[in-house]
Design a binder for this molecule. Structure first.
Ligand code: LIP
Length: 277
């Protein structure tokens, strides 16, 4: 049977590529910076312009579909995942990288129906890597199939994480406690690309065994969550429960074994949910 969402996925790939051109052009020019929830939670006109470009272009083709977009939510739109077809968009994942021209930025487009991600597209535009996944059909980078690492020994693992944009000292202490516990497991190393979506694509590509973070948002991880699971990976909450894309916490790893070792090392904390009204 023909895939009913192939058309939508093709459109997502095309618009992500177009958005990537805008982002790469902007990287060569001036980037005026504004702030959102804190002085280190950054946004630029390019984030807003790219989100509008994606939403307008999807609306023309799929006028009844809904949207959750990072900058639309920042501007007061609700962050609600209903059963309706919903596009979950991060126009620039890695905005701080973008501001500093640190070359890891991605356009992230997830598409969910009945609250389940059906396809995910992450375009790491500076690297020119188009990551895609369709539920049940595998994950790919520039058309090549992806497979998570087979390494199950945490002592030989590379783990990705980020420090996020909360500078509250208690939160930072907890982040450092987790980091300390993980470094002392020990692991081979800890890395961070500065983009949740790219970190997760690194898990899907087998370059790191795991990524975890507390403080992410649904638009950072929706598309990449499917890319990880379709590459054979595991998604879990940092407390070992089921992953909940609205909870702002995630572990994405190559295996249950490594995930469970990380759960024991991470000091979990709660965050206001993305869908809290
Ligand atoms: C950011 C991430 C970054 C993470 C932040 C934030 P933005 O997304 O991808 O890696 O640490 O929590 O969510 O704001 O650049 O789209």
């Amino acid at each position: 049977m023909a895939d009913p969402w192939q058309n939508a996925m093709d459109h997502a790939v095309a618009v992500a590529r177009k958005a990537g051109e805008v982002v790469c052009d902007a990287l060569r020019g001036d980037r005026a910076v504004m702030t959102k929830s804190s002085v280190v939670d950054l946004v630029t006109q390019t984030d807003q312009k790219v989100e509008q470009l994606i939403i307008q272009s999807v609306k023309e083709k799929f006028p009844t579909h809904r949207f959750i977009g990072e900058e639309s939510v920042a501007a007061g739109e609700p962050c609600v995942l209903s059963d309706s077809p919903t596009w979950i968009i991060d126009p620039i994942d890695g905005t701080t990288n973008f501001v500093h021209a640190f070359p890891f930025v991605a356009i992230s487009i997830g598409f969910a129906i009945n609250k389940q991600v059906e396809f995910g597209v992450v375009f790491s535009c500076v690297e020119d890597k188009m990551f895609t996944a369709r539920r049940g059909k595998g994950a790919f980078c520039n058309g090549e199939p992806l497979q998570v690492s087979r390494q199950e020994a945490v002592e030989q693992a590379m783990v990705a994480t980020e420090f996020g944009s909360d500078r509250d000292a208690d939160v930072v202490d907890k982040i450092f406690q987790s980091l300390r516990n993980i470094l002392c497991l020990p692991v081979h190393g800890v890395r961070g690309a500065g983009s949740a979506a790219i970190n997760m694509c690194l898990v899907a590509s087998g370059c790191v065994e795991a990524y975890y973070e507390m403080g992410i948002h649904v638009w950072d991880v929706a598309a990449a969550s499917l890319i990880v699971s379709e590459a054979g990976g595991v998604l879990m909450d940092v407390d070992g429960g089921d992953v909940d894309l609205m909870s702002r916490r995630i572990i994405a790893a190559n295996s249950k074994t490594i995930t469970e070792r990380l759960v024991k090392a991470i000091v979990p904390f709660s965050l206001p949910r993305d869908d809290a009204t």
